[in-house]
Design a binder for this molecule. Structure first.
Ligand code: SER
Length: 848
């Protein structure tokens, strides 16, 4: 199986077990200050475990993007030097919220691994928490005791962080040793025997004082390392040799002209592994809104990026290359994680800018490192002083852990405490400097005035006129602030090579305030480069122009009473509220949609004019909004003079055909006399189709599995039905009469509502009960038809073959049939003749 099929079969398996398939949460957690990055699939369900939140399902499954580079779970140091640790990995997980517990969780895991994926049972080992006898006993159903191991808190008690949900766990390890001798190597940190799946039984909350609080319900939280299971299933020794990483490594080979080596010591191999790992972390975290920078989460990303740059340098790259690897990730994973292709241009831009900035100093920094190394050697010392680490940090942009890494490679150590002291001093200096700059640019916000220059150009430079915390105001900006229903632009603002992510822009008075992802550091020069995310703006514009067309189409189809009472224009969809008394019928919806699409296909140029208010008012049928205050001049957006002209401050496409296609999703009432239409265009439609496809696939699996269960229930029911009738067979045999002058027993059996299959089962039972010298004719009426089965004991099949008998009987009942000498079946329809025929069996058989 390729990795895509493996992921899908995991999700399908749990869907078939009644689990709802949910989306991965972003890697940048929202609203959890205890986490820098999402580090486990369960993070998004923390509230359910703690009992502070609920979901409308009790079982679910997903694949979750996880980053483990800080805090309790940190795998950064291992990356590249082994085959199975990553800064970012996918965790396949299934959850039970107070629903099933240990027994089912273990049974599901076993079924998936051994029945669906057919992994060899003698290579599977389970570990359990030292006191968890229950799990030990459960595993004994599947594994010999030599393959079940007990471990203590370090390995078998899982905790999310310093605080939060936790509990004992049972882990599944896979033995890849050639002779299956890996038992003693479980949990020894060797690549031959690796943990693939962790089933956690969440039953406690770790409190800040370290104590454990018992939770009200017990839950299951499992996590399987996707890249590891891919390696196992694809029979390769290293995660990097799977189709998850190989396309990235191939691209690095192609760009560098170097050949990848699987050897753990080979420097080219290490560099390619590190780069292919780190680039995934950068791509996914930037796609979810994080940015490299100087503080907190941003600095973690910058450190990762700089580490990757330094390894790229080892491969001989002197120009930025990391950004060139982003497309391959988007191509290979974009269908599962659409946020990557959606933000690809932004991701590329950010990574390239960061690389360019670091490359300016990397070589000089490496030279400086050499000098430090030489002088240490000359003095027969090995410890790099805090002041040198600080110099490399401050003048050459080397994060301390990068210096430490290079030092380790060369047998040197680092004085991190000395470095920290110098860092603290620098922070103090910068706090003071910041105060001064703040005084320079701190005006009263209400005096600030920003000019919007983003009608056509989406990038510009401008003076900063105010900043505080994460708010920044510039003289001009291409960012459209949230206004008139149109959502704000996203993008970046760069100040002194520090890139801030902007995802919220608000207008206050005459000022446009950009709200950044983090605190704005005091700039050396008060100048900012502002750059708007093109794709998002483009999608918003399509939806905005489509809203104007929809507004007019509604008036044409429903009547001129239609007035806009609210609207929302986002990148994903548009929402339009309007006055109309009754439900809009399906045929009206079709007509409205067709009218909008006609206007799209007419390729109408969208004309925007600034006009004096009096002139604007006189445009035929112009839409202006009652109660809105207009200045002396207004903007009017026209899409076909005869169709739509509207007073509007928003941004639009240049030509109606840019919208692509328009589709109404929904029509509903939101208040008395107010209806709401939700619609999508262009990429929104593409996304909708992809989601629909996914839902259909999931539903299909659920239906298939329901169908399977129904079949097996029907089977069980049949058995019960047949057993019930069978219990009376002996009685019937006792009452049987004999064919005249013979010892042949003749037994008519009349039953009800047994299908042909069930009747055959009954026939089988009958045959074995009679044993010798007997003929039975079994009948059952189902849905106005007669099912007939004739059985003949072995000693009589020559003289009285069942096929012949049944043929004769069926003929008299208006049907037909046949079969083997010992058993034959027939269907017939003359129900009213059945009794008569069964009564005259002897004559029929004699004549046959
Ligand atoms: N939360 C557990 C882990 O991260 C299982 O999903 O290993």
């Amino acid at each position: 199986m390729n990795s895509r099929q493996i992921r899908q079969s995991f999700l399908d398996f749990f869907a078939s077990k009644g689990h709802k398939i949910v989306q991965s949460a972003p890697v940048v957690p929202h609203g959890d200050p205890t986490l820098l990055f999402t580090n486990a699939g369960m993070n998004q369900f923390k509230d359910v475990f703690l009992g502070t939140g609920t979901r409308d399902y009790t079982r679910c499954a997903d694949t979750q993007k996880c980053i483990r580079v800080s805090g309790k779970h940190n795998d950064l140091e291992e990356v590249g030097y082994d085959t199975y640790h990553h800064t970012l990995f996918e965790m396949l997980g299934n959850w039970s919220f107070g629903d099933y517990y240990k027994k089912e969780a273990i049974a599901f895991a076993w079924e998936l691994l051994t029945s669906v994926w057919k992994l060899p049972k003698d290579r599977i080992h389970a570990t359990v928490f030292r006191t968890d006898d229950e799990s030990f006993e459960l595993w004994k159903e599947y594994l010999p005791v030599e393959q079940i191991h007990r471990f203590d808190e370090k390995d078998n008690f899982w905790e999310m962080g310093e605080t939060g949900p936790c509990g004992p766990c049972t882990e599944i390890h896979f033995d890849r040793t050639p002779d299956k001798s890996g038992g003693p190597l479980v949990n020894m940190g060797v690549p031959e025997v690796i943990e693939v799946w962790n089933l956690v039984f969440i039953q406690y909350n770790r409190k800040p004082d370290g104590s454990l609080e018992e939770l009200l319900s017990k839950h299951v939280d499992t996590g399987m390392g996707f890249e590891r299971i891919c390696a196992v299933m694809q029979h390769v020794d290293s995660n990097y040799d799977t189709d998850v990483f190989m396309p990235i490594i191939k691209k690095i080979e192609q760009l560098s002209g170097e050949q990848y080596s699987t050897s753990l010591e080979n420097t080219v191999g290490i560099a390619m592994r590190v780069i292919s790992d780190h680039i995934r972390t950068l791509v996914f975290s930037i796609a979810d809104g994080a940015m490299p920078g100087n503080e907190g989460r941003s600095y973690v990303l910058r450190r990762i990026l700089r580490r990757a740059c330094r390894y790229a340098r080892n491969l001989g790259f002197t120009e930025p290359i990391l950004y060139k690897l982003t497309s391959i990730i988007s191509e290979t994973m974009g269908d599962i994680f659409p946020e990557v292709p959606q933000n690809l241009e932004h991701i590329k831009r950010v990574i390239k800018a960061e690389e360019e900035s670091f490359l300016q100093t990397l070589d000089r920094g490496l030279d400086r490192f050499e000098e430090i190394e030489i002088s240490l050697k000359n003095a027969s010392e090995t410890l790099i002083q805090g002041s040198d680490i600080f110099l490399l940090y401050d003048s050459f942009g080397f994060p301390a852990d990068l210096t430490e890494l290079i030092a380790k490679e060369r047998g040197l150590t680092v004085d991190l405490a000395g470095f920290k002291e110098l860092m603290d001093q620098q922070k103090e200096r910068s706090r003071n400097a910041r105060k001064q700059v703040l005084q320079q640019v701190e005006g009263n916000i209400t005096d600030s005035k920003t000019t919007f220059d983003g009608w056509t150009s989406l990038q510009s430079q401008s003076n900063i006129i105010h900043f505080a915390d994460n708010h920044i105001i510039t003289e001009t900006t291409p960012f459209y602030a949230e206004m008139g229903g149109q959502q704000s632009d996203y993008g970046t603002i760069t100040i002194d090579q520090e890139i801030y992510s902007i995802r919220n822009v608000q207008k206050q008075g005459n000022a446009i305030i950009h709200i950044a992802d983090r605190e704005i550091l005091a700039p050396h020069k008060p100048i900012a480069t502002l750059s708007v995310d093109f794709n998002r703006r483009w999608d918003i514009q399509k939806n905005h122009s489509a809203t104007h067309l929809l507004h007019e189409a509604l008036r044409r189809v429903l009547g001129n009473h239609v007035q806009q009472s609210g609207s929302l224009v986002s990148a994903e969809y548009l929402r339009f509220d309007f006055s109309h008394i009754q439900k809009v019928s399906n045929s009206e919806i079709k007509e409205i949609q067709a009218l909008v699409n006609d206007k799209i296909r007419e390729r109408i140029e969208v004309i925007t004019r600034e006009l004096p208010i009096d002139q604007a008012r006189n445009i035929p049928h112009v839409k202006m909004f009652f109660g809105d205050k207009y200045g002396d001049t207004v903007r009017v957006v026209t899409i076909d003079e005869q169709f739509s002209s509207e007073f509007c401050g928003g941004t639009h496409v240049q030509n109606s055909s840019d919208i692509g296609y328009f589709h109404i999703l929904n029509e509903s009432a939101i208040a008395s006399g107010i209806r709401r239409i939700e619609a999508i265009t262009s990429f929104g439609i593409a996304q909708y189709i992809a989601d629909l496809h996914h839902t259909i696939e999931t539903e299909k699996h659920t239906i298939d599995s329901l169908h399977d269960s129904l079949k097996s229930l029907e089977k069980e029911l049949s058995i019960v039905k047949v057993q019930e009738v069978s219990s009376k067979l002996s009685e019937l045999i006792d009452q049987a009469y004999h064919i005249s002058n013979t010892s042949i027993k003749l037994i008519p059996v009349k039953t009800d509502r047994l299908s042909m299959e069930e009747l055959k089962m009954l026939g089988d039972n009958m045959r074995s009960l009679i044993g010798k010298s007997g003929i039975a004719v079994l009948s059952s009426i189902v849905d106005d038809k007669i099912n007939l089965v004739c059985i003949v004991t072995d000693d009589l099949t020559k003289e009285y073959p069942a096929g012949r008998i049944i043929g004769d009987i069926a003929k008299r009942l208006g049907g037909g049939g046949g079969g083997k000498p010992h058993m034959a079946t027939a269907g017939a329809k003359d129900i009213h003749k059945l009794d008569e025929v069964l009564d005259s069996l002897e004559q029929i058989i004699q004549k046959s």
